[in-house]
Design a protein around this ligand. Sequence first.
Ligand SMILES: C[S@@+](CC[C@H](N)C(=O)[O-])C[C@H]1O[C@@H](n2cnc3c(N)ncnc32)[C@H](O)[C@@H]1O
Length: 249
Amino acid sequence: MTTSKTSGRRRLPGLRVGEGFTRHPFDEEFGVRTSGLVAGRHLKSGHLHDRHATAYYGVAPSVLRALLRRWQKSRPGWALEEVSFIDVGAGMGRAMLLTAELPFRQVVGVELNPTLGRIGRKNLAVWRASGRARTPMKLVCGDAVEFPLPEGPCLAFLFNPFGAPVMRRLLAAWRKVLIGRAGELDLIYVNNEQECVLEQQSGFARLFLGQVRRSRADAIADHRILANQPDGEYASTNYEDCSIWRWAG
Ligand SMILES: C[S@@+](CC[C@H](N)C(=O)[O-])C[C@H]1O[C@@H](n2cnc3c(N)ncnc32)[C@H](O)[C@@H]1O
């Protein structure tokens, strides 16, 4: 019987010290809490979409930074200050923290699991207090499909949050609000397992498809974390399969 608790609440499997939990150097460096690997079956919120959740795992900082640089070179047509960044499946907010170091109009995240969302909000507070955030940040708990896309140009980020059924519903919801808004939604997709769902959608043009390498430090950290997982379900490679898309209308 584990005694691992936070403020009286039991920790999610995968976040318990002694049961495979291994801290990522990002957390050590910045005093936040984004480490851990929580299998999809443990991500219960009571929503119908729970069963399509893949897992919680924070993105490798080097991969996200490389993709943001690549996206900025893709001629988005908007100044960074005009673009809202949306982390679809924000987890504990690691991608939000990294992105908030750039002067986006705002950084918003939506996360289905309330425990992860609660931890994520605490991380945002740490980031604000440290002075690293250059933009307003907000993390909302709920389902990505029901989350209203902000007005104006948006850059959505997906680190393989869910399976094809939810991906299809999300794109269908976005299509409805994107009529007449060509060029107003770009999408960065890391570990792009549901790439074919995007390929089947008319209106989305792919700007990039390829592998993005982790830095040496991130590769070592991720290998160490995944080597420690009790069930050995997830594999780590030195790169992520990624793509970048633009809504062309
Ligand atoms: C691989 S993690 C990515 C975390 C974060 N984006 C990052 O890179 O640091 C995917 C997250 O998507 C969340 N998720 C899964 N289905 C969701 C849904 N329908 N709506 C919102 N979040 C969802 C999971 O709970 C999990 O935290």
